[in-house]
Each structure stands twice: as structure tokens, then as C-alpha cells.
Design a protein. Structure first.
Length: 218
């Protein structure tokens, strides 16, 4: 059971998580072509999905912890299992595990939440485990906020440009054809004037023959 002194904290965390989920939706709508779709960048989808998982985890655990006579360990365990499975499936599908440190830290945080949740199910009145779980939920909220902010700033696009040097998607057949140099026609011989080929010299001078002498001059 959660003591009443944690109601204000859990309420604030649930409100903040709900607001940040709205911020995440805005960030996705601004750069939807780089996050989802055929031209999506794997880094953008990974940022969006992991931020969403963390925010939903903090929101659900905090909101259900406010319900009277509810053991907060139960939603903590359920959400930890869902978050771990979703994160592992995401990294396998997108092959985004190039940085194993981020994946290891994320899974470690959800594993710690799972452990604290199990301890609270066994000992519902252990206030120390409630404090540990509250700190862990806060850390998850901060990390998810950082990822949502990076997505809004286009950090995944900047990283892709730095690696590939090109922001556009790979050119298709139409773009490749438009980049080819134009095909030039072979040069044509100059056109002749009409009747130039059939013209004949009018006299021997015109044809270049020497003049003939008359019989009297001989």
C-alpha cells in the first residue's frame, strides 16, 4: 500500500507524464516523415517509441498508485514486463542496438522496477521500497523527456546527415533518370543550296580551261 504522503508526488508525476506524452505527439507530428513511413530513419522511430514507453510506464504506475487500497507493486511489475518486452522487440526490429550502453541502462532500469514491484507485492507496507520506486519512476520520466526533446530538435536527422552526408532518401529510378546527362543528336552535314550541285560553268573561263586561239591568229 502507498502511504498518503506520496499522493501529491504521484499526482504530480502522473500529470507531468501526461503533458509530456502530448509533447511527444507534437514532436512526432512535426517530423512524421522521418519517424514513421517508408522514408523513416531508424533512429527517429527508436527515440519516439522508447520515449513513449517510458512516459506511459511512469504515467500508469503513478496513476494506479493513487487508487486507494491498491498495491503499487502490481502495476509496477506489469509495466516493467511490458516495457522490457517492447524495448527488446524494438531494438531487434530496427537493429538499433548500435549503442549497447543505452540498451543496457534502459533494461536495467526496468529490471530494477520489476524487482521493487515484486518486493512491494511481498511486503506491501515497506516504505523504503516505495521511495526507491518513486525515484526510479522520476528517473524514467526525465530520460523520456530528454528523448522527446531530442526528437523535437531533430537530433536523429543530424546524426544521419553526419554519417551519410545526405539528408534525402536514396534516389529512385525516376530521380536517377533525371540526373543522367541529356542525349545529344549526332551532328548533321550542312544543307546544300538548291541547284548548287547541278550548276555548270557558262564558258571555258569559268571552268578553268585555257582560252583557245583562232585560226587567223595562228
Amino acid at each position: 500500500m502507498v502511504p498518503n504522503v506520496y499522493d501529491a508526488y504521484l499526482g504530480a508525476v502522473a500529470t507531468a507524464a501526461a503533458a509530456l506524452i502530448g509533447l511527444l505527439f507534437v514532436a512526432v507530428s512535426v517530423r512524421d516523415d522521418t519517424i514513421f513511413g517508408p522514408n523513416a530513419i531508424p533512429g527517429g522511430e527508436a527515440l519516439a517509441v522508447t520515449a513513449f514507453i517510458g512516459l506511459v510506464n511512469s504515467f500508469v504506475v503513478s496513476l494506479l498508485g493513487l487508487i486507494p487500497k491498491t498495491n503499487i507493486g502490481e502495476p509496477a511489475v506489469v509495466m516493467a514486463v511490458i516495457s522490457i518486452v517492447s524495448t527488446v522487440r524494438l531494438y531487434r526490429r530496427l537493429h538499433a542496438g548500435r549503442n549497447p550502453i543505452i540498451l543496457a541502462v534502459t533494461l536495467l532500469a526496468y529490471a530494477a522496477q520489476l524487482g521493487y514491484g515484486v518486493l512491494l507485492i511481498i511486503r506491501p507496507h515497506d516504505s523504503d521500497q516505495v521511495i526507491n520506486l518513486c525515484f526510479l519512476i522520476f528517473a524514467t520520466l526525465v530520460v523520456s523527456l530528454q528523448r522527446a526533446w531530442s526528437l523535437l530538435r531533430g537530433r536523429h536527422i543530424t546524426g544521419t546527415v553526419a554519417v551519410t552526408g545526405n539528408l534525402d532518401s536514396p534516389p529512385g529510378p525516376v530521380q536517377e533518370a533525371s540526373r543522367l546527362p541529356p542525349v545529344l543528336d549526332p551532328p548533321r552535314p550542312p544543307a546544300r543550296a538548291a541547284g548548287a550541285g547541278n550548276a555548270r560553268p557558262a564558258c571555258g573561263l569559268a571552268s578553268g580551261a585555257p582560252p583557245r586561239q583562232s585560226a587567223q591568229s595562228r
